[in-house]
Design a binder for this molecule. Structure first.
Ligand code: BG6
Length: 471
């Protein structure tokens, strides 16, 4: 809806940026850190591993000084579970504890609010080796103990907590559970078992946070893919509704309402994938609601009906990393109205406004954008600075979408761009950059790792200075 006036951002809006430990820190084998599933994962030879990343572990002070210069109000980062508990449980690694104490103190000294993700993809390999990881009930206790340790150690200074990053993606990507990538159909079933355990664990961590952290606020950080019916054929609308339930809402309904919604329950039962529910599980979820809902938004999807045919049966799924086609339910198709990034992610700021409004209508929780950004191939020019106008355009549109959603009554806490400095992409190494600050390294040539401010750095600084007036 267009209105005569669009309200300003509130004064305390958290203008921030995001990262994840394994993608930014490096020092993967230093100071007692244990191995995570990301460390042991075999990457394609043309892509770098996570051992050095952006070397933030050694250069965090320099990076925070740049954040201060840019005017960041908040920094969302994750704690590497295996720096704290190298095996995932048992002995604590003091050097890891000290690192995050120093990082948090440095942020606070620079007036930057820390927003901490407890677990961002890097599950301890030690727990997979001990008992299979998230697919075993024992994982619940280990996650809760780890979270409790963080609350007791850092909760005097950290007031914003995120339980699990993109649990919905972990569920569908076996390697993130420490499982092999073969037999994906069987892995879907294990994924939903892991999902249940993660939901119980997250609910119990919320409880602990509320008990331990004075004034603490905690919520999930999900990935929300806005979905549109490709045509006005009612069958496409139905397919879109189904896809939204089984790809987006299934998890948030568990996290925020403590329930398996009807469509999702039927979906799981029909495919013999319903996990066993133990006494107290659903109560734990119902009784421990998050304080806010964080979500990562990058693109939208166009959905068409995908009726069963002679070649496909119920349960047949095709993946493009995530499920992209399910027989008898839906398929993702190209949206002819949108441009896409080099990786085919369809750029859609309207989809962000739609997502925010849908989420707020359904859960009535304040929202926080924990990731939104533009990945690109970039090389620092021989003269001048890197002019990343596409990134500026992308972010400017997406921030405006948040402003418009707020104008219509959606409650937003803040907006954290992905990312502040360049870091390793989840699937494309260092060839897909997201930062406002260029890190001078290539896929395999580490060069000098110097930090260089791109044009977007100055743009974001101005956005923050004007509290979103100038986009
Ligand atoms: C989110 C993740 O899925 O998207 C990040 O939380 C990830 O870890 C980001 O880096 C962007 O994805 P990619 O594959 O472009 O790095």
């Amino acid at each position: 809806m267009q209105t005569r006036k669009v309200n300003d951002f509130p004064k305390d809006f958290l203008w921030g940026a995001s990262s994840a430990a394994f993608q930014i820190e490096g020092a993967a084998y230093e100071d007692g850190k244990g191995l995570s599933v990301m460390d042991v994962r075999k990457v394609k030879p043309e892509i770098c591993d996570y051992s050095v990343a952006s070397d933030h572990y050694h250069r965090y002070k320099e990076d925070i000084a740049l954040m201060k210069e840019c005017g960041l109000k908040a920094y969302r980062f994750s704690i590497a579970w295996t720096r704290i508990f190298p095996k995932g449980n048992g002995e604590v690694n003091q050097k890891g504890v000290d690192f995050y104490n120093d990082l948090i103190n440095e942020l606070i000294r620079n007036d930057i609010v820390p927003i901490v993700t407890i677990y961002h993809f890097e599950y301890p390999q030690g727990l997979v080796d001990q008992y299979g990881g998230w697919i075993n009930r024992r994982s619940i206790e280990d996650y809760v103990n780890y979270a409790e340790f963080l609350f007791r150690t850092y909760g005097d200074r950290v007031k914003y907590w995120l339980t699990i990053n993109e649990q919905d993606h972990v569920v569908h990507m076996p390697f993130r559970l420490g499982l092999t990538d073969d037999n994906r159909k069987e892995k879907e079933k294990l994924g939903f078992l892991a999902n249940h355990n993660m939901c119980v664990a997250a609910a119990l961590a919320i409880k602990k946070c509320h008990e331990i952290v004075e004034g603490g606020k905690i919520g999930p950080a999900t990935c929300f893919e806005m979905m549109y019916p490709t045509t006005n054929n009612p069958a496409d609308m139905l397919a879109t509704m189904d896809a939204m339930e089984i790809r987006n809402y299934y998890l948030l309904d568990l996290n925020c309402r403590g329930e398996y919604n009807g469509t999702f329950r039927r979906y799981l039962e029909d495919r013999n994938m319903m996990p066993e529910i133990y006494p107290g599980d659903m109560e734990a979820m119902k009784e421990n609601r998050p304080d806010f809902l964080a979500f990562n938004y990058y693109y939208s999807e166009s959905i068409s009906a995908n009726p069963l045919d002679d070649e496909h049966e119920i349960g047949d799924i095709e993946f493009k990393l995530l499920p992209s086609k399910e027989a008898g339910i839906y398929k993702v198709v190209k949206n002819e109205n949108l441009k896409a990034t080099l990786w085919g992610w369809e750029i859609d700021d309207t989809g962000l406004q739609c997502s925010a409004r849908l989420l707020y209508d359904r859960y009535r929780l304040p929202l926080l954008i924990t990731e939104c950004g533009f990945g690109n191939k970039e090389v620092w020019p021989e003269e001048g600075i890197l002019e990343d106008d596409d990134r500026i355009d992308y972010l400017s549109r997406h921030i405006r979408a948040v402003k418009e959603a707020m104008n219509l009554g959606v409650d937003f806490i803040g907006f954290c761009c992905w990312s502040f400095i360049d870091l390793i992409s989840g699937h494309s190494g260092f060839s897909k950059r997201y930062g406002f600050v260029y890190v001078n390294r290539d896929e395999h040539d580490l060069k000098d790792m110097a930090r260089r401010k791109k044009k977007s750095f100055y743009w974001y600084k101005r956005v923050i200075e004007t509290n979103g007036e100038e986009l």
